[in-house]
Design a protein around this ligand. Sequence first.
Ligand code: KIV
Ligand code: ZN
Length: 500
Amino acid sequence: MADRLYIFDTTLRDGEQVPGCQLNTVEKIEVAKRLEELGVDIIEAGFPISSPGDFKSVVEISKAVTWPTICALSRAIEKDIDIAADALKYAKKGRIHTGIGTSPYHIKYKLKSNEDEIIERATRAVAHAKKYVEDVEFYAEDSGRTDNEYLAKVIEAVIAAGATVVNIPDTTGYCLPQEYGEKIRFLKENVKNIDKAIISTHCHNDLGMATANTMSGILNGARQAEVTLNGIGERAGNTSLEEVTMILKSHKEIGIDTNINSKNIYQMSRLVSTLMNMPVQPNKAIVGRNAFAHSSGIHQDGVLKHRENYEIIDPVDVGINESSIVLTARSGRAALKHRLNVLGYELDKTKLDGVYEKFLRLADRKKDIKDEDVTQLVGSIKKEDRRLKLEYLQVVTGKGLESMASVRISIAGESFESSSTGNGPVDAAIKAIKLIIKRKVILEEFLIQAITRGSDDVGKVHMQVLHEKQIYYGFGANTDIITASAEAFIDALNKIPARK
Ligand code: KIV
Ligand code: ZN
């Protein structure tokens, strides 16, 4: 049977320490409930002595959450521990996380103490926490830069005092993966009572090694990993929950499982990013916008032939259901055909070639092509059979200038030109078209809509035109909104029956 790794999520404590990422209590409760659904084992809900807000959040999260253990942080100070215990009074399963610095830097410069006194303070804190809860976690802050022999002495003493979990933080993100793994192994092999506690990793990402160090710790015997969603946290952040979880899921040969329901990962990542105002870098592993996006023709073709050619994780496993094929100017016909099929279009080779040519022209102007753009491209092919076609449109407009439009339209194969001024460029273009068609039409409704948000976006125009008491609808889409408007008008005109 596979071993179990406990996932200790500290998004609401270490993650929330990031300036600008603070959440209010209601938001924290929402995150906590979703962490419960995600399947985390322990939620570090806050540092109660640090502020009344943190205290309240630990209280409310304890009430709101059912099965995960709720953990409250404290320093190795009795008052801190008392307040943490008070904040946990409603927790169905409560844990106090107490600790002290053990590296020479912390002992000498931060705590102005000595090694023996640190062991005494550590054990006293654990024993005090033990009066309130059975589950006490001890952190040896800056373990990454703590001498292994001394660290082993501290850990043995705190386990003897009642610690059920021993946290070995690489607080400054300094360790190399091999070094961190060896530290965990050293503790496993040299702490006499180590079997009475679970070893926990807590790695920071200052040198980009947080996940590698956590994995090295796990491979060497740690069975709890302290992580955050999207890897948020102090400075360069903490180990990310999604990376550790998906590494273990992808490498079954390691033989360690978590309780995480990976299908909730993507949604959870978005929630944390939105609430904390912390964008996820596009190339972030697992949850970044580009994590499953294939844009080069060769990769797209490879993925379409067999997903695993270029993907080691099925995006569906982390809750991403969208197509991973991003249409750009570098996409080939295979990718376009695939997207068309997904959208329900089956085009023969000649039609596909036609759409592909138009697609390349659009892709040169627009960074990535959305489904709406593709639908529009297919529609524009059909338009070639229409009686009225816009062949040419030029507008002159600007501040302090009267707008002027020149158009050329072909009607049943014959070209007609005209020009007009107007109250703005769209009005000028519509008036110029009306001069050609010589039919009494009234523009009743005119709606412009951007498909996404960029300035290079395709604008959609819907129009409603009245002719002889009958309404006709027209639609146009173009990166140029004036052309889209003229096309929408002509689309509506095409629906008016030709004169006998
Ligand atoms: O990084 C660290 O050392 C910590 C401890 C408080 C656990 O966050
Ligand atoms: Zn930390």
